[in-house]
Write a protein that binds this ligand. Structure first.
Ligand code: PLP
Length: 388
């Protein structure tokens, strides 16, 4: 199998699994217990809080463990909407956010909030000018993703942070695809809230965190016990948190090296596809892009058929995000960046990781080339082109 869907999820580092294992049997104590067997686990969790805080230039008490990206996004947006409603009910986000943000905004719109969805240009970048113009007296939150999950575009986070700070508006960023793949500094970038998810960087699924800048008043998403300073109730996912901490250490230490390794493979595959297969286009930015992301469209084919045939060859890739996979609709992100329908329906998202090799890229290219050529034989439009 060649796995090319690292934006959907990543394999867990063996060292992470090893680190987690004792917490299922030998060290199973509930961190809230007062005896040493349990309180040791509280200390371990605290250590992870420190590791994460250090990785983004925050302090440990600004890190709140959650069940992952979706919960962190929901909490950030709904929590601020609730706590700030006396100031206003206007939120600014972008048209290409993950559904964890878009559907949360949709929910809020049904409950009296107004949401402005910023457009993006043909590379997926928001306009700072439009952001400035969209700010109102009653704007309480700007939520713009750090990097897009489908096309890999990295947004101008520092500039957005500046604008938000100038206007005294909270800035949340969904950094699920970016954290541990690009450097993040919440102070330099003036980020007030940030979502991250462990399974996108070699950690286990079902665990993540929300960074909340000290002093921000945010309503709870869940009520219950006093865990996470009373802000996020529920017995901690001890093994998951420990695993996430180990993944942060490992991914953080090798981030620069991994990016070079992954980008070289991506560029090689991109070069071979665009130079050897006609009627192809790259979706997203050529430069402001996550290293591992290659989103490419082939005219005269259906992306769905390409994916199925790649799967039969043992190659796992995707058309858009995992969440929209299976729906016949072409991706809302590709629509937002203006990809013509005849290209959008033949799109392929390849997201690389350190478990891939240059040799994989040659195999993948050969398979794609063969399948695209085969599928095009079923397109009257394509066959007619040749006749002419
Ligand atoms: N936000 C973005 C940008 C994502 O790519 C994802 C997952 O694909 C999520 C949020 C949701 O994260 P999780 O799977 O941890 O709930």
């Amino acid at each position: 199998m060649i796995y090319l869907d690292h934006a959907a999820t990543t394999p867990v580092y063996p060292e992470v699994i090893e680190e987690m294992m004792p917490y299922f049997d030998k060290k199973f104590g509930n961190p809230s217990g007062i005896y040493e067997f349990a309180s040791e686990n509280k200390e371990k969790i605290q250590r992870v809080r420190n590791i994460i805080a250090e990785s983004i230039d925050a302090s440990a008490d600004e890190i709140y463990f959650t069940s992952g990206g979706t919960e962190s996004d929901n909490w950030a947006v709904r929590g601020i909407a609730e706590s700030m409603k006396s100031k206003g009910k206007h939120i600014i986000t972008s048209a290409i956010e993950h559904h964890a943000i878009l559907n949360t905004c949709d929910f809020l719109e049904k409950h009296g909030y107004e949401v402005t969805y910023l457009d993006v240009d043909d590379t997926g970048m928001i306009s700072l000018e439009q952001l400035r113009k969209s700010i109102r007296k009653d704007t309480i939150l700007i939520s713009i993703m750090f990097a897009n999950n489908e096309i890999g575009t990295i947004e101008p986070i520092r500039e957005i942070g500046e604008i938000a700070a100038e206007h005294n508006i909270y800035f949340h960023t969904d950094a699920v695809q970016a954290y541990m793949h690009v450097p993040v500094n919440v102070n330099d970038m003036k980020i007030d809230l940030m979502s991250a998810s462990s399974h996108k960087f070699g950690g286990p699924k079902g665990v993540g965190f929300l960074y909340i800048r000290d002093g921000i008043n945010i309503a709870n998403l869940m009520y219950g016990g006093g865990q996470e300073s009373g802000k996020r109730a529920g017995t901690e996912n001890v093994a998951g948190i420990i695993g996430m901490g180990k993944a942060v250490e490992l991914a953080g230490n090798s981030m620069v090296r991994d990016n070079i390794y992954i980008r070289n493979m991506r560029e090689y595959l991109y070069y071979r596809i665009t130079s050897e297969i006609p009627y192809v286009r790259l979706n997203g930015s050529r430069t402001e892009r996550l290293s591992g992301n290659l989103n490419i469209s082939f005219k005269y084919i259906e992306g769905e058929s390409l994916l199925i045939m790649l799967d039969m060859e043992g190659i796992c890739a995707s058309a858009g995000s995992a969440c929209t996979a299976g729906s016949k609709e072409s991706s809302y992100v590709l629509k937002a960046i203006g990809v013509p329908e005849e290209f959008a329906k033949g799109s392929l998202r390849i997201t690389l990781g350190t478990d891939n090799t240059m040799n994989d890229m040659d195999i993948v290219f050969e398979k794609i080339n063969y399948i695209v050529n085969t599928l095009r034989e079923f397109s009257d439009e394509y066959v007619n082109l040749r006749v002419i």
